[in-house]
Design a protein around this ligand. Structure first.
Ligand code: ADP
Ligand code: MG
Length: 700
């Protein structure tokens, strides 16, 4: 049987019926045993630690454990507010415990003058700290039966209703590991494990789900983090080895298209940074080697126009180009912008996405194959096998983090010699890190904004200041401007996210009534078409205020939208705030970013907000972000960076990343095909990485 038991359908696991299987798949994309094994807790609660009541932090959104004596209890309130409230006391203070459900039961369980161990999430209610529906047990019981670290798994409302809350998921993991721990394949050869002092894979997976100690968590995390980045490096470096052996197209000519555009169509002077990047690419085109270049530049720095100029160079040399964007709406936007910029020039630009009609698609595919299409713009539909070019010379990929290495490789294969590749990203990361993450990609940076751009003014408001905020928005709308309002995704619950957004929508509609104002809303329950339609109306200026969750994060370009309001800004990561801010400030009008927060802010949140208010510089922001995300919680919080690692934090784990890069280099030097017997586990690892990292190595 070997490793194959891990490929079993999740329905074969004890405790998983048809319904749970469906929920696991729909909510968490868990289809097989292996998928569940790779669904790690997002953090652990240290059950060996007890808080003294005077030290209990309120609203920290985390679970804690307290020892105390119940001194009083009462059933109070009517109807839905009817509840049991007990007072728990230690020698430093008192907190309240509240139960709304099963009041009768808990009223019997909870005895006055008895010691208990209480476990739950504290919140501040009026002036007292309160824990609603805590776990509670008498002291003797609790010490004998507790695991030291309780794993916490992300769940969703829907999953919770079928018993798949964190605890339910943990139970399934227990069943799974009891069944197949012996059959977890090793992916890292023993000699590397020893060299790096990594624990074996089966133990790592056991401990990530069921740690016995903090050390278990540390070792499991280190091993699994290493694995995440190591196999990515190994795959990437192998691909690069192949491409480096191959030559690249020579594109020496600066021809009519480039010159016409540069001298007659460009409405502005290029910035020095843009010129520098074009020079760098020109020298790649003259080198006879394939270009693999990462183009970094802050949002709005003018990457797209730079890419267009480079595409014109390729066309002048007789080659076709394609431009790939991560979403349909962005592909469309590029298509319309580029056509508009080219005006009456004789360049054939076409758009191919998932929703291109069949009849149209046929024409586009045939034009592309015949070489009639000069620039083909699209989504990852461009990677499909039936998209054939006559002579593809240059591939431009916008917003890299949505695409993986494998996708790039697929595009390379569409050409006799691999085409030149230019990857554009607006996620500023320090150069060293970029090189590690993108292998040996060359890096170009546009580190200068176009002249005359007014820096975006960023302001911080507390929610209580809504009058000031509304006055400000009304004034700007009266001047013809448009407003984005972004709401956070609430990690534990899509329902909360939606209701948060909907509450906001009601609020805004009341403050900004029709017919004077037009308020609209984009959310996850809408179809792609509905979203596009709303977006289109916004572009046409028919909507004054557009509310959304982070769907507008990437690349939408509406230059008349000059105000970005971010609700609960404290819930966003720094680089995400910066990305969102980049949606405004694209025209000549003064733009603003309003960060709204609750009154109580964590230390980190304060630093993030301050950084946003203080600077518009993406690299400075990135550096603050790197520092903040250093030693986080015990185990990985969800990664919100450019590549979705499960555990690895690209900000904090630079050491692991560079070790992985070096080890993978030296292995490939000695054994380029990984065929030595001692390297056999690596092949399993490569296959697993390709299967599991759905975001990076596969087509999304
Ligand atoms: P990015 O892709 O880097 O976010 P874009 O290429 O979309 O940026 O450029 C943002 C806006 O700035 C576009 O409207 C573009 O026409 C304009 N722009 C680009 N380069 C310049 C420049 N050198 N001078 C003035 N405006 C520019
Ligand atoms: Mg862009």
């Amino acid at each position: 049987m070997g490793a194959t038991i891990l490929n079993n359908d999740i329905t074969y696991l004890n405790g998983v019926g048809e319904k749970k299987a469906r929920i696991l798949q729909e909510e968490f994309n868990i289809k097989t045993f292996d998928d569940l094994l790779n669904y790690y807790p997002y953090r652990y609660v240290d059950k060996s630690k007890f808080y003294r009541i005077s030290e209990v932090p309120a609203n920290i959104n985390t679970y804690i454990q307290i020892k105390g004596v119940i001194t009083d209890k009462q059933i109070i309130g009517e109807n839905r507010a009817r509840r049991l409230v007990a007072k728990l006391q230690d020698n430093t203070g008192v907190i309240h415990l509240t139960w709304f459900n099963n009041i009768k039961y808990f009223n019997e369980i909870v005895q006055i003058n008895t010691s208990y161990v209480v476990f739950g999430k504290p919140t501040l209610f009026n002036t007292t700290i309160n824990i609603t529906h805590p776990e509670i047990s008498t002291e003797e019981k609790s010490t004998s039966s507790q695991v030291p670290f309780l794993p916490m798994y992300n769940s969703s409302d829907k999953a919770k209703r079928t018993g798949l809350d964190s605890r339910g998921i943990s139970k399934l993991c227990y069943n799974l590991l009891s069944l197949c721990k012996q059959q977890i394949p090793e992916t890292i050869p023993l000699y590397i494990q020893q060299k790096l002092q990594l624990i074996d894979r089966a133990s790592a997976l056991q401990y990530i789900h069921f740690p016995r100690s903090a050390k278990d968590i540390e070792q499991a995390t280190r091993r699994l983090k290493f694995e995440e980045v190591f196999f990515m490096q190994l795959i990437m470096q192998r691909l690069q080895q192949m491409s480096q052996r191959s030559n690249g197209y020579m594109m020496p000519k600066v021809g009519e298209n480039f010159n016409t555009f540069y001298h007659h169509h460009l409405a502005f002077a290029l910035t020095n940074a843009q010129k520098k990047v074009i020079k760098e690419i020109r020298s790649d085109f003259l080198s006879g080697k394939q270009m693999n270049r990462l183009l970094q530049g802050d949002v709005g720095s003018g990457k797209t126009i730079t890419a267009l100029l480079v595409m014109l160079l390729a066309i002048d040399n007789g080659y076709q180009c394609c431009l790939m964007a991560p979403t349909e709406i962005l592909a469309q936007q590029h298509y319309f912008n580029i056509r508009k910029m080219l005006g009456d020039m004789d360049i054939n630009v076409q758009l191919l996405t998932g929703s291109t009609k069949l009849s149209e698609r046929k024409i586009i595919l045939s034009d592309t194959q015949k070489g009639k299409t000069n620039i083909l713009i699209g989504t990852h539909a461009l990677c499909e096998d039936n998209v054939l070019f006559k002579h593809l010379g240059l591939v431009v990929i916008d917003e890299q983090h949505r695409f993986g290495v494998e996708q790039r490789a697929k595009l390379w294969r569409k050409s006799l010699i691999p085409p030149h590749v230019l990857v554009m990203t607006a996620t500023p990361i320090p150069r060293t890190l970029a090189m590690t993450l993108y292998g040996d990609l060359d890096v170009s940076v546009i580190d200068e904004l176009p002249k005359g751009r007014k820096p975006i003014q960023t302001m911080h408001f507390y929610r209580s200041q809504s009058n000031t905020i509304n006055q400000f928005l009304r004034k700007e709308i009266a001047a013809g401007r448009q407003v984005y309002v972004v709401f956070p995704l609430i990690q534990e619950s899509e329902k909360l996210t939606l209701s948060n957004l909907m509450d906001g929508y009601e609020r805004f509609k009341q403050s900004y009534p029709e017919p004077q104002y037009h308020v609209s809303c984009l959310h996850g329950k809408m179809s792609g078409e509905e979203k596009d339609a709303e977006m289109q109306k916004f572009k046409e200026g028919k909507i004054d205020i557009l509310l959304a969750t982070t769907v507008i994060e990437v690349g939408i370009d509406v230059s008349n939208a000059t105000i970005m309001v971010i609700e609960n800004a404290e819930r966003f990561g720094l680089s995400q705030l910066h990305q969102l801010r980049g949606r405004v400030g694209r025209g000549n009008e003064q733009s603003y970013c309003l960060l709204l927060t609750d009154a109580a802010l964590s230390q980190d949140a304060k630093i993030r907000i301050k950084a946003m208010v203080d600077t518009n510089d993406g690299f400075e922001i990135a550096n603050v972000d790197l520092k903040l995300r250093g030693p986080g919680e015990i185990a990985g919080t969800r990664q919100s960076g450019m590549i979705n690692f499960k555990l690895l934090n690209i900000a904090a784990d630079e050491r692991i990343i560079s070790t992985a890069r070096d080890i993978s280099r030296s292995i490939l030097q000695d054994d380029p095909t990984l065929s030595r017997p001692e390297n056999a586990p690596l092949k399993i690892g490569v296959a697993l990485a390709q299967k599991n990292s759905n975001n990076y190595f596969q087509i999304g």
